[in-house]
Design a protein around this ligand. Sequence first.
Ligand code: 2NL
Length: 357
Amino acid sequence: MDDLKAKYLGQIAEAADESALETIRVAAVGKKGEVALKMRELGKMTAQERQSAGPALNALKDEINSAIAAKRAALADAALDERLRTEWLDVTLPSRPRRQGTIHPVSQVTEELTAIFAEMGFSVAEGPRIDTDWYNFDALNIPGHHPARAEMDTFYMHREDGDDRPPHVLRTHTSPVQIRTMEQRGAPLRIICPGGVYRADYDQTHTPMFHQVEGLAIDKDISMANLKWVLEEFFSAFFEIDGIKTRFRASHFPFTEPSAEVDIQCSWVDGQLRIGEGDGWMEVLGSGMVHPHVLRSGGVDPEIWQGFAFGMGIDRIAMLKYGIPDLRAFFDSDLRWLRHYGFSALDMPTLHGGLSR
Ligand code: 2NL
């Protein structure tokens, strides 16, 4: 038994790694190991022999097991020491450079105008960018033959032969969202609908996707006077110019009656546009009193309710406010031009920073 002990403790001391140690463990104290074999021999011994051999074998087994555990811990320590010696990280090295993003002017302006209209009681309504031609056109008093339907250069969804769902379009304005909101919430109502819209148009001043905000106020005695006040408040806050003047020109839209195009006061000084000064005018939006047919489309009774609506381009007012001369800059993946106009990742939009007026 002493031979056995010396042999295995010697092997354990020599074991170079975990798997060598496991091989030794199986051979020594495993189910069919040498100690187990010896224990089987106890049956052939006399009671007296058994009385000393039994406990001795058990003690040997314990001793081998604890020698293995101690060696295992020593091997793990050595492995850790080796890793600590060879694997190291120089935390004083500079990190890899990472590009910093910026907030997009269209996103920033959307948050700015949302904050301004929120102070006047308008909430934001959203809806699908793909909608039926009924919500995009018919509900807005633009029937199939109406020239506006062609003028709006609409993108139609593809239809397989035999697919008889109603035609769907990429919305050409956010008006369908206003129709859906009238249907869902009824009157009175005060909402703005900002978002992307689509028209098949691409040149120096048009992109096939752009952004619009439409506004809608419905109540029992809403008038064009309320429209004028709301818009003047908006432009003064947005361009940060007190008392900015607006000019209303009679116009025509199928969805409003009467209709007006709205200009804001401006002038050109040394080839630079100055908003809110001088005696020039810049067209910025279309508006009017909601046509009775349109109220009815939204499930609102025009015998009881009336309201104003307006629509303006977000991209355009972003360009005016931040002096960005070229629409194409909005679609550029190179952020240098944005930094040039003063946008940085850390500029928090007005909504988060509080109104600056
Ligand atoms: C423009 C013209 C306009 C509206 C949009 C509207 C929406 C409903 C009912 C009535 Cl639900 N009108 N929207 C009204 C007048 C003009 O946009 O030239 N936008 C850039």
